[in-house]
Design a protein around this ligand. Structure first.
Ligand code: FAD
Length: 389
Protein backbone atom coordinates (compact mmCIF):
# COMPACT_ATOMS: atom_id res chain seq x y z
CA UNK A 1 0.00 0.00 0.00
CA UNK A 2 1.06 3.58 -0.57
CA UNK A 3 1.87 6.00 2.22
CA UNK A 4 -0.85 7.93 4.03
CA UNK A 5 -2.18 10.73 1.76
CA UNK A 6 -0.87 14.28 2.02
CA UNK A 7 -3.64 16.42 3.67
CA UNK A 8 -3.32 19.31 1.21
CA UNK A 9 -3.31 17.07 -1.88
CA UNK A 10 -5.19 14.04 -0.63
CA UNK A 11 -5.86 12.50 -4.05
CA UNK A 12 -2.35 13.24 -5.35
CA UNK A 13 -3.55 15.57 -8.11
CA UNK A 14 0.10 16.59 -8.32
CA UNK A 15 0.80 13.23 -9.97
CA UNK A 16 -1.62 14.09 -12.79
CA UNK A 17 0.39 17.16 -13.81
CA UNK A 18 3.29 17.33 -16.22
CA UNK A 19 6.75 18.46 -15.08
CA UNK A 20 6.22 21.78 -16.83
CA UNK A 21 2.83 22.32 -15.16
CA UNK A 22 4.33 21.52 -11.76
CA UNK A 23 7.21 23.93 -12.40
CA UNK A 24 4.83 26.79 -13.29
CA UNK A 25 2.67 25.98 -10.26
CA UNK A 26 5.71 25.99 -7.95
CA UNK A 27 7.04 29.27 -9.36
CA UNK A 28 3.72 31.03 -8.76
CA UNK A 29 3.31 29.44 -5.33
CA UNK A 30 6.78 30.64 -4.29
CA UNK A 31 6.11 34.13 -5.65
CA UNK A 32 2.83 34.33 -3.71
CA UNK A 33 4.68 33.26 -0.57
CA UNK A 34 7.34 35.94 -1.04
CA UNK A 35 5.39 38.84 -2.54
CA UNK A 36 1.71 38.47 -1.60
CA UNK A 37 1.39 36.80 1.79
CA UNK A 38 3.68 39.17 3.73
CA UNK A 39 1.66 42.24 2.69
CA UNK A 40 -1.85 41.05 2.01
CA UNK A 41 -3.34 41.73 5.45
CA UNK A 42 -2.14 45.34 5.30
CA UNK A 43 -3.36 45.87 1.74
CA UNK A 44 -6.70 44.26 2.49
CA UNK A 45 -7.19 46.36 5.61
CA UNK A 46 -6.16 49.57 3.82
CA UNK A 47 -8.33 48.72 0.80
CA UNK A 48 -5.37 48.93 -1.58
CA UNK A 49 -4.09 46.90 -4.49
CA UNK A 50 -0.27 46.98 -4.72
CA UNK A 51 0.20 47.77 -8.40
CA UNK A 52 3.98 47.79 -7.98
CA UNK A 53 3.89 44.13 -6.93
CA UNK A 54 1.36 43.19 -9.56
CA UNK A 55 3.58 44.49 -12.36
CA UNK A 56 5.90 41.56 -11.59
CA UNK A 57 3.19 39.23 -12.88
CA UNK A 58 4.02 40.37 -16.40
CA UNK A 59 7.67 39.52 -15.87
CA UNK A 60 6.65 36.00 -14.86
CA UNK A 61 4.64 35.60 -18.06
CA UNK A 62 1.30 35.32 -16.24
CA UNK A 63 -0.55 38.08 -18.11
CA UNK A 64 -2.34 36.58 -21.09
CA UNK A 65 -0.31 33.45 -20.41
CA UNK A 66 -2.72 31.12 -22.24
CA UNK A 67 -2.60 33.24 -25.42
CA UNK A 68 -0.07 32.70 -28.20
CA UNK A 69 2.13 35.26 -29.98
CA UNK A 70 2.39 39.02 -29.31
CA UNK A 71 4.64 38.49 -26.29
CA UNK A 72 2.24 36.07 -24.57
CA UNK A 73 3.55 32.91 -22.95
CA UNK A 74 1.36 30.42 -24.86
CA UNK A 75 0.96 28.09 -21.88
CA UNK A 76 -1.67 25.39 -21.83
CA UNK A 77 -4.99 25.88 -20.05
CA UNK A 78 -4.03 23.69 -17.10
CA UNK A 79 -0.93 25.81 -16.41
CA UNK A 80 -3.05 28.95 -16.55
CA UNK A 81 -5.51 27.33 -14.14
CA UNK A 82 -2.75 26.31 -11.74
CA UNK A 83 -1.41 29.87 -11.76
CA UNK A 84 -4.90 31.15 -10.92
CA UNK A 85 -5.19 28.61 -8.09
CA UNK A 86 -1.90 29.66 -6.52
CA UNK A 87 -2.61 33.37 -6.91
CA UNK A 88 -6.02 33.04 -5.28
CA UNK A 89 -4.53 31.01 -2.45
CA UNK A 90 -2.80 34.33 -1.77
CA UNK A 91 -5.80 36.58 -2.37
CA UNK A 92 -8.68 36.75 -4.85
CA UNK A 93 -7.56 40.30 -5.69
CA UNK A 94 -4.41 39.01 -7.39
CA UNK A 95 -6.25 36.32 -9.35
CA UNK A 96 -8.84 38.94 -10.34
CA UNK A 97 -6.07 41.19 -11.65
CA UNK A 98 -4.67 38.39 -13.80
CA UNK A 99 -8.13 37.29 -14.98
CA UNK A 100 -9.15 40.80 -15.98
CA UNK A 101 -5.90 41.56 -17.74
CA UNK A 102 -5.42 38.26 -19.56
CA UNK A 103 -8.91 36.89 -20.10
CA UNK A 104 -11.23 39.89 -20.11
CA UNK A 105 -8.98 42.42 -21.85
CA UNK A 106 -6.24 40.68 -23.78
CA UNK A 107 -8.39 37.75 -24.95
CA UNK A 108 -10.97 39.85 -26.87
CA UNK A 109 -8.17 41.84 -28.54
CA UNK A 110 -6.36 38.59 -29.40
CA UNK A 111 -9.52 36.89 -30.66
CA UNK A 112 -11.48 39.73 -32.26
CA UNK A 113 -8.93 42.51 -32.79
CA UNK A 114 -7.27 43.72 -36.01
CA UNK A 115 -3.59 42.94 -36.57
CA UNK A 116 -2.75 46.58 -35.75
CA UNK A 117 -4.70 46.42 -32.48
CA UNK A 118 -2.98 43.19 -31.47
CA UNK A 119 0.48 44.50 -32.23
CA UNK A 120 -0.12 47.81 -30.50
CA UNK A 121 -1.74 46.57 -27.29
CA UNK A 122 -0.93 42.93 -26.53
CA UNK A 123 2.89 43.06 -26.01
CA UNK A 124 2.79 45.93 -23.45
CA UNK A 125 -0.22 44.33 -21.76
CA UNK A 126 1.64 41.01 -21.49
CA UNK A 127 4.53 42.87 -19.84
CA UNK A 128 2.16 44.60 -17.41
CA UNK A 129 3.07 48.05 -18.73
CA UNK A 130 -0.46 48.71 -19.98
CA UNK A 131 -3.24 47.80 -17.54
CA UNK A 132 -6.64 46.92 -18.92
CA UNK A 133 -10.17 46.96 -17.56
CA UNK A 134 -13.35 45.39 -18.93
CA UNK A 135 -16.48 47.52 -18.93
CA UNK A 136 -19.61 45.47 -19.40
CA UNK A 137 -21.78 45.82 -16.26
CA UNK A 138 -23.84 48.97 -15.78
CA UNK A 139 -25.83 50.33 -12.83
CA UNK A 140 -29.05 48.96 -14.39
CA UNK A 141 -27.62 46.02 -16.35
CA UNK A 142 -25.86 43.34 -14.29
CA UNK A 143 -26.92 39.73 -14.88
CA UNK A 144 -28.66 40.89 -18.06
CA UNK A 145 -25.89 42.91 -19.73
CA UNK A 146 -27.59 42.74 -23.12
CA UNK A 147 -29.84 45.53 -21.89
CA UNK A 148 -26.93 47.92 -21.51
CA UNK A 149 -27.54 51.59 -22.21
CA UNK A 150 -24.00 52.65 -23.10
CA UNK A 151 -24.10 53.57 -26.75
CA UNK A 152 -21.68 54.28 -29.56
CA UNK A 153 -22.75 56.33 -32.57
CA UNK A 154 -20.93 57.13 -35.77
CA UNK A 155 -19.89 60.74 -36.39
CA UNK A 156 -18.10 60.86 -39.72
CA UNK A 157 -15.29 58.32 -39.41
CA UNK A 158 -15.28 58.59 -35.61
CA UNK A 159 -17.22 56.80 -32.92
CA UNK A 160 -18.74 58.72 -29.98
CA UNK A 161 -19.42 56.74 -26.78
CA UNK A 162 -21.69 57.72 -23.90
CA UNK A 163 -22.77 55.81 -20.83
CA UNK A 164 -21.84 54.54 -17.38
CA UNK A 165 -20.20 51.25 -16.41
CA UNK A 166 -20.27 49.98 -12.83
CA UNK A 167 -18.22 47.58 -10.67
CA UNK A 168 -15.28 47.63 -13.04
CA UNK A 169 -12.13 45.95 -11.71
CA UNK A 170 -9.02 48.12 -12.22
CA UNK A 171 -11.18 50.90 -13.72
CA UNK A 172 -9.30 53.84 -12.21
CA UNK A 173 -5.83 52.36 -12.68
CA UNK A 174 -6.34 51.15 -16.25
CA UNK A 175 -4.60 52.61 -19.27
CA UNK A 176 -7.00 50.91 -21.65
CA UNK A 177 -10.69 50.15 -21.14
CA UNK A 178 -12.47 47.53 -23.24
CA UNK A 179 -15.95 49.05 -23.34
CA UNK A 180 -18.96 47.19 -24.67
CA UNK A 181 -21.57 49.49 -26.18
CA UNK A 182 -24.80 49.39 -28.13
CA UNK A 183 -24.51 50.44 -31.80
CA UNK A 184 -26.90 50.39 -34.76
CA UNK A 185 -25.37 47.02 -35.72
CA UNK A 186 -25.62 45.47 -32.26
CA UNK A 187 -23.22 45.34 -29.31
CA UNK A 188 -19.61 46.11 -30.21
CA UNK A 189 -16.37 46.24 -28.24
CA UNK A 190 -14.29 49.44 -28.18
CA UNK A 191 -10.68 50.03 -27.17
CA UNK A 192 -10.75 53.21 -25.12
CA UNK A 193 -7.41 54.69 -23.96
CA UNK A 194 -8.36 56.07 -20.56
CA UNK A 195 -6.69 59.43 -21.20
CA UNK A 196 -9.27 60.13 -23.93
CA UNK A 197 -11.25 63.31 -23.11
CA UNK A 198 -14.67 62.50 -21.65
CA UNK A 199 -13.50 59.29 -19.91
CA UNK A 200 -13.41 59.31 -16.11
CA UNK A 201 -13.28 56.67 -13.38
CA UNK A 202 -14.01 56.85 -9.65
CA UNK A 203 -13.52 54.10 -7.13
CA UNK A 204 -16.14 52.22 -5.14
CA UNK A 205 -15.27 52.59 -1.47
CA UNK A 206 -16.47 50.88 1.73
CA UNK A 207 -16.26 47.40 0.19
CA UNK A 208 -16.09 44.52 2.66
CA UNK A 209 -14.98 42.05 -0.01
CA UNK A 210 -12.11 42.05 -2.51
CA UNK A 211 -10.61 44.95 -0.64
CA UNK A 212 -7.18 44.34 -2.17
CA UNK A 213 -8.56 45.05 -5.63
CA UNK A 214 -9.63 48.29 -7.32
CA UNK A 215 -13.33 48.46 -8.25
CA UNK A 216 -14.56 51.53 -10.14
CA UNK A 217 -17.35 53.30 -11.91
CA UNK A 218 -16.57 54.45 -15.45
CA UNK A 219 -18.25 57.45 -17.00
CA UNK A 220 -18.07 57.98 -20.75
CA UNK A 221 -19.23 61.44 -21.64
CA UNK A 222 -19.20 61.86 -25.42
CA UNK A 223 -15.87 60.02 -25.72
CA UNK A 224 -14.65 60.46 -29.28
CA UNK A 225 -12.64 57.60 -30.76
CA UNK A 226 -11.17 56.97 -34.23
CA UNK A 227 -13.03 54.58 -36.51
CA UNK A 228 -10.46 51.83 -35.93
CA UNK A 229 -11.09 51.75 -32.14
CA UNK A 230 -13.78 49.09 -32.59
CA UNK A 231 -12.95 45.37 -32.39
CA UNK A 232 -13.65 44.34 -35.99
CA UNK A 233 -14.12 40.62 -35.40
CA UNK A 234 -17.30 40.44 -33.35
CA UNK A 235 -20.78 41.90 -33.08
CA UNK A 236 -23.33 40.96 -30.42
CA UNK A 237 -23.08 39.46 -26.94
CA UNK A 238 -20.72 36.75 -28.19
CA UNK A 239 -17.83 39.21 -27.71
CA UNK A 240 -18.22 39.85 -23.97
CA UNK A 241 -19.63 36.38 -23.21
CA UNK A 242 -16.73 34.49 -24.79
CA UNK A 243 -14.29 36.68 -22.83
CA UNK A 244 -16.23 35.95 -19.64
CA UNK A 245 -16.01 32.21 -20.32
CA UNK A 246 -12.21 32.52 -20.42
CA UNK A 247 -12.15 34.37 -17.11
CA UNK A 248 -14.63 32.02 -15.45
CA UNK A 249 -12.32 29.14 -16.29
CA UNK A 250 -9.70 30.85 -14.12
CA UNK A 251 -12.24 31.19 -11.30
CA UNK A 252 -12.97 27.44 -11.40
CA UNK A 253 -9.32 26.96 -10.38
CA UNK A 254 -8.79 30.07 -8.32
CA UNK A 255 -11.67 29.37 -5.95
CA UNK A 256 -9.99 26.08 -5.03
CA UNK A 257 -6.87 28.04 -4.10
CA UNK A 258 -8.85 30.19 -1.67
CA UNK A 259 -10.48 27.02 -0.31
CA UNK A 260 -7.11 25.30 0.13
CA UNK A 261 -5.72 28.27 2.04
CA UNK A 262 -8.72 28.23 4.41
CA UNK A 263 -8.49 24.46 4.87
CA UNK A 264 -4.76 24.64 5.59
CA UNK A 265 -5.16 27.46 8.08
CA UNK A 266 -7.94 25.66 9.99
CA UNK A 267 -6.01 22.37 9.98
CA UNK A 268 -2.95 24.00 11.49
CA UNK A 269 -5.05 25.77 14.09
CA UNK A 270 -7.01 22.65 15.07
CA UNK A 271 -3.82 20.73 15.79
CA UNK A 272 -2.55 23.31 18.28
CA UNK A 273 -5.66 24.90 19.80
CA UNK A 274 -6.40 23.03 23.02
CA UNK A 275 -9.81 22.93 24.69
CA UNK A 276 -11.05 20.38 27.22
CA UNK A 277 -7.44 19.30 27.57
CA UNK A 278 -6.82 18.24 23.98
CA UNK A 279 -6.39 19.74 20.49
CA UNK A 280 -9.79 20.61 18.98
CA UNK A 281 -8.77 18.62 15.90
CA UNK A 282 -9.21 15.51 18.05
CA UNK A 283 -12.97 16.02 18.47
CA UNK A 284 -15.22 14.03 16.18
CA UNK A 285 -17.28 17.04 15.10
CA UNK A 286 -14.14 18.90 14.02
CA UNK A 287 -12.90 15.85 12.14
CA UNK A 288 -16.20 15.62 10.31
CA UNK A 289 -15.74 19.23 9.19
CA UNK A 290 -12.25 18.43 7.89
CA UNK A 291 -13.42 15.28 6.15
CA UNK A 292 -16.25 17.16 4.40
CA UNK A 293 -13.95 20.03 3.47
CA UNK A 294 -11.28 17.67 2.11
CA UNK A 295 -13.84 15.80 -0.01
CA UNK A 296 -15.09 19.01 -1.63
CA UNK A 297 -11.61 20.50 -2.02
CA UNK A 298 -10.36 17.40 -3.81
CA UNK A 299 -13.49 16.99 -5.95
CA UNK A 300 -13.35 20.66 -6.95
CA UNK A 301 -9.65 20.48 -7.83
CA UNK A 302 -10.21 17.36 -9.91
CA UNK A 303 -13.13 19.07 -11.65
CA UNK A 304 -10.89 22.05 -12.45
CA UNK A 305 -8.21 19.75 -13.84
CA UNK A 306 -10.77 17.82 -15.89
CA UNK A 307 -12.12 21.05 -17.40
CA UNK A 308 -8.55 22.21 -18.02
CA UNK A 309 -7.73 19.05 -19.94
CA UNK A 310 -10.97 19.45 -21.93
CA UNK A 311 -10.01 23.06 -22.74
CA UNK A 312 -6.59 21.96 -23.93
CA UNK A 313 -8.26 19.38 -26.17
CA UNK A 314 -10.68 22.01 -27.54
CA UNK A 315 -13.71 20.21 -26.06
CA UNK A 316 -14.73 22.70 -23.36
CA UNK A 317 -18.08 24.46 -23.75
CA UNK A 318 -19.33 27.54 -21.84
CA UNK A 319 -21.83 25.24 -20.10
CA UNK A 320 -18.99 23.10 -18.78
CA UNK A 321 -17.39 26.24 -17.39
CA UNK A 322 -20.71 27.18 -15.77
CA UNK A 323 -20.78 23.84 -13.98
CA UNK A 324 -17.24 24.39 -12.73
CA UNK A 325 -17.87 27.95 -11.58
CA UNK A 326 -21.15 27.06 -9.91
CA UNK A 327 -19.72 24.12 -8.00
CA UNK A 328 -16.28 25.35 -7.11
CA UNK A 329 -17.16 28.84 -5.89
CA UNK A 330 -20.14 27.53 -3.91
CA UNK A 331 -18.02 24.81 -2.29
CA UNK A 332 -15.06 27.14 -1.69
CA UNK A 333 -17.35 29.49 0.20
CA UNK A 334 -18.71 26.59 2.26
CA UNK A 335 -15.15 25.48 3.05
CA UNK A 336 -14.22 29.05 4.05
CA UNK A 337 -17.25 29.29 6.35
CA UNK A 338 -16.58 25.90 7.92
CA UNK A 339 -12.90 26.74 8.41
CA UNK A 340 -13.97 30.00 10.05
CA UNK A 341 -15.95 28.10 12.68
CA UNK A 342 -12.90 25.97 13.54
CA UNK A 343 -10.89 29.10 14.28
CA UNK A 344 -13.53 30.31 16.73
CA UNK A 345 -13.16 33.98 17.64
CA UNK A 346 -9.69 34.09 16.09
CA UNK A 347 -11.41 33.34 12.79
CA UNK A 348 -13.00 36.78 12.61
CA UNK A 349 -9.65 38.62 12.57
CA UNK A 350 -7.19 39.34 9.79
CA UNK A 351 -4.52 37.47 11.76
CA UNK A 352 -5.71 34.42 9.87
CA UNK A 353 -6.50 34.38 6.14
CA UNK A 354 -9.89 32.69 6.45
CA UNK A 355 -12.36 35.54 6.85
CA UNK A 356 -10.51 37.53 4.17
CA UNK A 357 -10.95 34.65 1.72
CA UNK A 358 -14.53 34.13 2.88
CA UNK A 359 -15.41 37.77 2.22
CA UNK A 360 -13.58 37.74 -1.12
CA UNK A 361 -15.49 34.65 -2.22
CA UNK A 362 -18.77 36.55 -1.76
CA UNK A 363 -17.67 38.74 -4.71
CA UNK A 364 -16.45 35.74 -6.67
CA UNK A 365 -19.87 34.13 -6.15
CA UNK A 366 -21.50 37.18 -7.75
CA UNK A 367 -19.17 38.34 -10.50
CA UNK A 368 -18.70 36.65 -13.87
CA UNK A 369 -22.25 35.29 -13.62
CA UNK A 370 -23.97 34.76 -10.29
CA UNK A 371 -24.69 31.33 -8.83
CA UNK A 372 -28.29 31.74 -9.91
CA UNK A 373 -27.38 32.56 -13.52
CA UNK A 374 -24.98 29.60 -13.81
CA UNK A 375 -27.70 27.36 -12.34
CA UNK A 376 -30.09 28.60 -15.02
CA UNK A 377 -27.47 28.09 -17.76
CA UNK A 378 -27.14 24.47 -16.63
CA UNK A 379 -30.93 24.20 -16.43
CA UNK A 380 -31.20 25.34 -20.02
CA UNK A 381 -28.42 22.99 -21.16
CA UNK A 382 -30.17 20.05 -19.47
CA UNK A 383 -33.79 20.74 -20.40
CA UNK A 384 -33.50 22.79 -23.56
CA UNK A 385 -35.77 25.34 -21.89
CA UNK A 386 -34.56 28.85 -21.06
CA UNK A 387 -35.73 30.04 -17.64
CA UNK A 388 -33.80 33.24 -17.03
CA UNK A 389 -35.87 35.59 -19.14
C1 FAD B 1 -15.79 43.05 -6.84
C2 FAD B 1 -16.49 43.04 -8.17
C3 FAD B 1 -15.77 43.21 -9.34
C4 FAD B 1 -16.42 43.24 -10.57
N1 FAD B 1 -15.70 43.46 -11.72
C5 FAD B 1 -16.35 43.64 -12.91
C6 FAD B 1 -15.63 44.01 -14.10
O1 FAD B 1 -14.40 44.10 -14.08
N2 FAD B 1 -16.32 44.24 -15.23
C7 FAD B 1 -17.68 44.14 -15.30
O2 FAD B 1 -18.25 44.37 -16.35
N3 FAD B 1 -18.41 43.77 -14.19
C8 FAD B 1 -17.76 43.53 -13.00
N4 FAD B 1 -18.48 43.19 -11.87
C9 FAD B 1 -19.95 43.14 -11.95
C10 FAD B 1 -20.52 41.74 -11.85
O3 FAD B 1 -20.27 41.01 -13.00
C11 FAD B 1 -22.03 41.90 -11.55
O4 FAD B 1 -22.12 42.32 -10.20
C12 FAD B 1 -22.82 40.62 -11.77
O5 FAD B 1 -22.94 40.36 -13.14
C13 FAD B 1 -24.23 40.69 -11.15
O6 FAD B 1 -24.88 41.86 -11.50
P1 FAD B 1 -25.57 42.77 -10.37
O7 FAD B 1 -24.60 42.96 -9.27
O8 FAD B 1 -26.10 43.97 -11.04
O9 FAD B 1 -26.72 41.89 -9.78
P2 FAD B 1 -28.21 41.66 -10.41
O10 FAD B 1 -28.09 41.24 -11.84
O11 FAD B 1 -29.05 42.83 -10.09
O12 FAD B 1 -28.68 40.40 -9.55
C14 FAD B 1 -29.12 40.50 -8.19
C15 FAD B 1 -29.62 39.13 -7.78
O13 FAD B 1 -30.69 38.73 -8.63
C16 FAD B 1 -30.39 37.45 -9.19
N5 FAD B 1 -30.97 37.32 -10.53
C17 FAD B 1 -30.79 38.11 -11.61
N6 FAD B 1 -31.46 37.62 -12.67
C18 FAD B 1 -32.06 36.47 -12.25
C19 FAD B 1 -32.88 35.49 -12.86
N7 FAD B 1 -33.20 35.55 -14.16
N8 FAD B 1 -33.33 34.46 -12.11
C20 FAD B 1 -33.00 34.36 -10.80
N9 FAD B 1 -32.21 35.24 -10.16
C21 FAD B 1 -31.75 36.29 -10.88
C22 FAD B 1 -28.89 37.39 -9.24
O14 FAD B 1 -28.44 36.05 -9.35
C23 FAD B 1 -28.53 38.03 -7.92
O15 FAD B 1 -28.67 37.10 -6.89
C24 FAD B 1 -17.84 43.09 -10.63
C25 FAD B 1 -18.56 42.88 -9.44
C26 FAD B 1 -17.90 42.84 -8.22
C27 FAD B 1 -18.68 42.61 -6.97
Amino acid sequence: MADSPEPLDFLDVDHLLTDEERAIRDTVRDWVGERVLPGIETWFEAGEFPLEVAKELGGMGLLGMHLTGYGCAGSNAVSYGLACLELEAGDSGFRSYVSVQGSLCMFPIWKFGSEEQKERWLPPMARGEVIGCFGLTEPDAGSDPGRMRTSARRDGDDWVLSGTKMWITNGSVADLAIVWARTDEGIRGFLVPTETPGFSASDVHRKLSLRASVTSELVLDEVRLPGDAVLPGVTGMKGPLSSLSEARFGIVWGSMGAARACFASALEYAKTRVQWGKPIGGFQLTQRKFADMAVELNKGTLLALHLGRMKDEGRLSPQHVSMGKLNNVREALEIAREARTILGASGITLEYPVIRHMNNLESVLTYEGTTEIHTLILGEALTGLRAYE
